[in-house]
Design a protein around this ligand. Sequence first.
Ligand code: FAD
Ligand code: SF4
Length: 498
Amino acid sequence: SGTPHWLFGDQLGPHFVDPARGGPHRDAPLLMIEARSVLRRRRFHRAKAHLVLSAMRHRAAELGDRVRYVKADTYRQGLREAVGEGRVTVHHPTSHAAHAFVRSLPSVRVLPARGFLVTHDEFRTWADDRGTKHLRQEDFYRWVRGTHDLLMEGDGPAGGRWNLDHDNRQPPPRGSSDLGVPAPYHPRESEIDDEVRSDLDRWSRDGDVEFVGEDAPRRFPATRREALAGLRRFVEHRLATFGAYEDAMLAGDTTMSHSLLSSSLNLGLLDPAECVERAEARWRSGDVPLNSAEGFVRQIAGWREFVWHVYWYFGTRYRESNTLRHHEPLPGWFTELSSDATGANCLSHVLDQVRTTGWTHHIPRLMVLGSLALQRGWDPRAVTDWFHRSFVDGYDWVMVPNVVGMSQYADGGRMTTKPYTSGGAYIDRMSDFCGSCRYKPSVRVGDDACPFTAGYWNLLHRHRDRFEHNARMVRAVRGLDRLTDLDELLEQERHRQD
Ligand code: FAD
Ligand code: SF4
C-alpha cells in the first residue's frame, strides 16, 4: 500500500487512481512530474502547453497532501528526486517512448492501460483473428458495439443498420453562416491559469522554450468538473445535430455541432465509457436522433479506440512508413500558422483557427490541412510532428495513426481503404468557403485555379501506378485521361511558389 503511484500528465481522471479497476491502493501516495524537457523537444502551440500544465496543476491542487508534485528537467530526474531508487507503480503510458522508458526501470511496475474500452490483449486477439495486415475501423467498431452492448437491440444494431454515415454527410445549411446550435461549454480561468501563463511567458522570454500560436483565454477543460460540464452541455444541447453536420464546415461557425471533448478524453479527465453511455441514454430517452448518437459513438468507440490500438499493434516502426516516398519539407508559412500565404480561403480560415485555438474539427484536419500536405508531397513524419505540436489534443498515439495512416496514406492502406484527399468540389459542397475565395473550385489551370483541384490531379498523376490498383481509386485515376490540359496543369504545379 505504501508504494507511490506515478500519474503522467494525461492520466488525470478518477479512473487512474481507482483500486477497484486495477489502480493503486487507496492509501498509496501519488507522484506527478512536470518535466520541462518535454516542452523543449518541440515548438508546441501555446494553448496546448497551457492546457496540459494547467490541468496537471489543477489536479495536484485537488489531490492536496496525497500528491508530491515535482518540477524537474526530465522524468528521470523527477523520479530520482521523488523516490530515489524506490519502487513506483504507473498505469501503461500512452507513447512508445514513455512506455520504453518506464519498462527500462526495474523499480517501476507498469499497471494496465486505463482510459479505453478495449484492452491490449482483446485487441490483439481480434486483430490476429483477421489474418491480414490490413485492419478496418468498420469491422472493429461493429465488434466493439456488440461486445460492449452499445446501441444494440438484441444481437443487432439499433435501428437495423450499423452504419448511418449516409445520413451523416450533409452539407451545411445553405444561406446561414452558422448552424444555430447553443455554443459549446467555456471554462472560466483560475489563478492556476494565470500562474501557468506567467511561467510560459518567463520561459519564452529566457529563450528556454519556444511556442507557436496564441493561448488566451483557455477554451478547453482543465479539471474533471469542467470536463463533465463540457460533456453535459454537449449531450444536452449540441448532440442532436452532430450526426447530420459532422462533416460540414462553415467559416462563421468553427465548432458546428462537435463535442470539443478530445482534449478532455486525451488528458484522461473523461472516460470514453461515460461519454458513449450518456449519448446512448439521450437516444433511448428520445431526445436525440439515432444518426447523431451513432455518429458520436462511432467517433469514440470506433475511431478513437481503433487509432489507440493500431498505434500499439503496428509497433514502433509504423511511424516511419512512407509508401508514397514523400520527402518535401513543410513551408515556413505553414509551420508558423500564417493564414494568408496561398490566398486559399479555406486554408486561411483553417490555419487562422489553428493559430488562435489549437483546435479544428476533423474535416478541416483531414480534407484541408492533411489533404494539402498529401497533395504537395510533404514528409509524413514532419506532418505528424506538426499536427502533434499544433493541436491541443495532439499526443503521439493519436497523431501517428491519424496522420501517417489515415491522412497521408503513408502506410499504403494498412488502416484505410484509400487516400483521403479531394479537389475543390468537395470543399465547395461541404462548406461556404469557396464563394468568397479568389480561386474557383472547378478551375484547375490558370490564375483562378483552385490549389486543391490542381493538387488533386497532380497527386493522382504522380501515383497513377499505385492508385490504379486500388478499387476505390481506379475511377478517379481514369479521369486523368479525360483532362485535355493535363500537361499544362503539371507544369503549373511544378512551378508552384507557395
Ligand atoms: P467530435 O467530432 O465531437 O468527436 C468525438 C470524439 O471522438 C473526439 O473528442 C475524439 O475523442 C474522438 N475521435 C474522433 N475521431 C477520432 C480519431 N480519428 N482519432 C482519435 N479520436 C477520435 N484527435 C485527437 O484526439 N488528437 C489528435 O491529435 C488528432 N489528430 C488528428 C489528425 C488528423 C490528420 C485527423 C484527420 C484527425 C485527428 N484527430 C485527432 C481526430 C479528430 O479530428 C479529433 O479527435 C476531433 O476533431 C476533436 O474534436 P471533437 O472533440 O469536437 O470531436
Ligand atoms: Fe479552397 Fe479552392 Fe474553395 Fe478556394 S476555391 S476555398 S482554395 S477549395
